[in-house]
Design a protein around this ligand. Structure first.
Ligand code: 3PG
Length: 306
């Protein structure tokens, strides 16, 4: 049995070694395709793979067609919007993610970027502190919960909105549940986005919500670029010179935003939230273990396709 790790953005070497140990100890073979630049390389590499570990790598019907022996794909991470779930089901391929494994890394980056924003992108001028400010967490999943924990250390007042999360979970975490999206944006100087990219959420944060932010509001996006209505954001940034937008992944209109709103926007060159050795080890090894379990007895506790 062959387990292929196909990562356009590679794991830290120490994580790859951990994955290798789990796979080889189980008697399977490990193959690596890192930093590939051409889709054909992926199509060739999956040909004889029984299992696949990916990150944000796109797995669609074409990849699944090429992967004749494939039984399972594990997205080492949280969001699986890069995998065509229906096509995987049609190809009889199980898809899992590794929830929670990289969430602290993403949450820490939220504060790296929030501090940068309130300190005016470190341009030498006087900024503000996070202490005593209100933080609105848009979706209270694993990353949102880690963000809340860290925010307490900064001395922030934390509010969150998540229709899928019981209020009591937030209350137990010292977080105030918010019922209305408008209120989340209107009442919190820093809003941190943690919604997944789904047909319902794509383009759902735009002009109206951004305009609701209080004076000197900061929108932090470590989720997905697709959840933003980019033209709406642009319009809001033009009308509200006090607002900043910092995001862990470049929007499609990044060059325009960087030119029009220099000093008020910041984008990482590549998605970096989960780019830590710890997150790579946690998610990568969890993925390898999930594959070994699945190949042994069919167990798939984190299956995300039907
Ligand atoms: C996730 O969904 O787990 C994060 O966005 C990390 O994605 P990455 O593995 O491509 O860095």
């Amino acid at each position: 049995m062959k387990v292929l790790v196909a990562t356009e953005k590679p794991f830290a070497p120490v994580a790859v070694e951990g994955i290798r140990k789990v796979v080889e100890d189980a008697g399977y073979q490990l193959a690596l395709l890192e930093k590939y630049t051409d889709r054909q390389q992926l199509l060739d590499a999956v040909k004889d793979a029984d299992a696949l570990i990916i990150r944000s790598d796109k797995v669609d019907a074409e990849v699944l067609d090429a992967a004749k022996q494939l039984k399972i794909v594990v997205r080492a991470g949280a969001g699986y919007d890069n995998v065509d779930l229906a096509a995987a089901t049609a190809h009889n391929v199980c898809v899992e993610n590794t929830p929670g494994q990289n969430s602290n890394a993403v949450a820490e980056l939220v504060f790296g970027m929030a501090v940068m924003a309130v300190r005016n992108m470190y341009n030498g001028t006087s900024g503000t502190e996070l202490k005593g400010k209100k933080l609105g967490i848009h979706a209270f999943g694993q990353v949102g919960r880690n963000v809340a924990r860290i925010a307490k250390g900064f001395g922030m007042e934390v509010n969150a909105l998540d229709p899928y999360c019981p209020d009591q979970v937030m209350i137990d975490a010292g977080v105030t549940p918010v019922k209305y999206l408008d209120a989340l944006y209107a009442d919190n100087q820093i809003v941190s986005l943690h919604i997944p990219a789904t047909p319902e959420t794509k383009g759902s944060v735009g002009y109206d919500l951004v305009m609701k932010l209080p004076k000197n509001g900061v929108l932090v996006n470590t989720a997905r670029k697709e959840v933003i209505d980019e033209e709406g954001l642009r319009k809001a940034l033009a009308e509200r010179p006090d607002i900043k937008y910092v995001a862990d992944v470049k929007p499609d209109n990044a060059p325009v935003l960087e030119e029009e709103f220099a000093g008020r926007v910041f984008f990482t060159p590549k998605k970096m939230g989960a780019q830590t050795a710890e997150a790579n080890i946690n998610a990568g090894i969890a993925a390898a273990r999930q594959i070994v379990d699945f190949l042994r007895d069919g167990s798939a506790p984190y299956r995300v396709n039907k």
